[in-house]
Design a protein around this ligand. Structure first.
Ligand code: AMP
Ligand code: GLY
Length: 435
């Protein structure tokens, strides 16, 4: 089996490492990959915004299966291009990827299929949005750009002034480009957030675990949102009863609903949930694995990943199960100075080998580059340091022991990744997130 992995972040590094352990490094090519991935397997240059390029790479490499990591090529129709050419690909079509690429679509879809989610109004102009904020909701109120905005398209407005400013920025100043021309105004929910992951073949679903991420840049969930500064798996908040409730009220209706609307969902579905007093509610869908969530989810799969993805891509998960280990995983993101607003680059990175020399630590590359043989930073999120153990306390210690060996100028990382798994936050701390 020859596999092509599309993407070049820490998530794809974790995917490639997992697949290489199952089928061998020589059977995998990644495009565009990154310097960490290139230490494992062959890589090909490619532009994620140009899905056609991947058809050519899959042809040349004679890939039996292509697995797509990031959302951009999915939303641009990479799965549709591969299907037209008769090439097997794991990932949703552009129509199914609207669950992530259009929040207006996702919200109206959930309303049609009675999937629990925050009350909302979709607005197509600034005056309409200002009206919605004033008439339909109490403060704080949530404003979301419709399209893909790399995790930065959501504002939780505490005052009407803040709401108006966000509406102006999105709809009059074009802060999110076309992604912000439509805004979803929604009720602010409170409760802990959990990420729930499944693989679907279009009709059947195999759960592959839960995780919690740390979105804010600073400790104690302060500062601006990022793509994710760390994650742990599994989420201690999801017991068997909640798991079954999420499957029954959310996951199965979503998969059945997409099929009934003629856009069956084949791929990884990442359901972002808030566990509210009245039960789990959907905050967002992603049509892919999360980053850094993938780095802590994949090591917990006790069964091989590749047969699962092949079966789902072929549309028949009926004979597939996926057991999970009891291991606890923690992943700590190390980011560049200035992230998330900007990112310093070109800083030499040292200590990765020393970090990995500690048992059970894996360092996944994201924004790294090779400059005259020296590994340097090249982006906001630079590395994810991943470690596992029988308890979260052990996994946390191992991961931070790895982080302590690594250095680059201006590095930022949170000191409290996983702490929430050891002692869940109080209600007061959760409320503070919204202030
Ligand atoms: P999203 O990109 O939709 O995941 O939103 C980013 C973050 O904004 C989420 O992870 C939540 O922390 C927060 N958020 C989004 N929607 C809501 C909501 N309705 N109520 C409270 N917080 C929200
Ligand atoms: N860590 C959040 C995401 O991948 O969207």
């Amino acid at each position: 089996m020859r596999v092509l992995v599309v993407g070049g972040g820490a998530r794809e590094h974790a995917l490639v490492a997992r697949l290489a352990s199952e089928v061998g490094k020589s059977k995998i090519v990644a495009a565009p990959g990154n310097p960490g991935i290139a230490e494992l397997v062959a890589v090909r240059p490619a532009d994620l915004a140009n899905p056609d390029a991947f058809v050519a790479i899959a042809d040349e490499w004679q890939a039996d299966l292509t697995i797509v990591g990031p959302e951009v090529p999915l939303s641009l129709g990479i799965a549709d291009r591969f299907a037209e050419k008769g090439l097997l690909l794991f990932g949703p079509t552009a129509a199914a990827a609207r669950l992530e690429s259009s929040k207006a679509f996702a919200k109206s879809f959930m309303a049609r299929h009675r999937v629990p989610t925050a009350r909302f109004i979709t607005c197509y102009g600034a005056a309409e949005a200002r009206g919605a904020v004033r008439s339909g909701f109490t403060l704080p109120v949530v404003l979301k750009a419709d399209g893909l905005a790399a995790g930065k398209g959501v504002v939780i407005a505490q005052t009407l002034d803040e709401a108006d400013e966000a509406i102006d920025a999105a709809m009059n100043d074009g802060r999110f480009g076309t992604a912000g021309r439509t805004l979803v105004v929604e009720e602010c929910l409170t409760g802990p957030e959990v990420s729930f992951f499944v693989v679907s073949d279009g009709t059947r679903v195999v759960p592959i675990g839960t995780a919690q991420d740390h979105k804010r840049i600073f400790d104690d969930d302060r500062g601006p949102n990022t793509g994710g500064m760390g994650a742990f798996a599994p989420s201690p908040l999801v017991d068997d009863e909640l798991h079954e409730r999420v499957m029954r009220e959310i996951v199965r209706p979503v998969i059945a609903g997409m099929a009934s609307e003629g856009s069956p969902f084949r791929g990884f579905l990442y359901v972002g949930l808030m566990i509210t007093a009245s039960g789990p509610q959907v905050i967002e869908f992603n049509v892919r694995l999360g980053d850094p969530e993938a780095q802590v989810l994949l090591p917990r799969l006790a069964d091989p990943l590749l047969p699962l993805l092949v079966a789902a891509a072929r549309g028949d998960l009926s004979a597939i199960a996926c057991r999970l280990t009891d291991e606890k995983l923690v992943g700590i993101v190390m980011a560049s100075r200035g992230y998330p607003e900007s990112a310093a680059s070109g800083q030499p990175i040292v200590g990765i080998e020393a970090a990995q020399a500690q048992g059970g630590v894996m360092v996944c590359h994201a924004g790294t580059a090779l400059q005259r043989g020296q590994l340097v930073t090249a982006g906001g999120r630079v590395l994810t340091v991943v470690a596992g153990g029988p308890t979260f306390a052990v996994a946390i210690n191992r991961a931070y022991a790895g982080v302590a060996k690594i250095h680059f100028d201006g590095m930022q990382f949170r000191r409290d990744i996983g702490a929430r798994a050891v002692s869940p936050p109080t209600t007061t701390a959760l409320d503070a997130q919204h202030r």
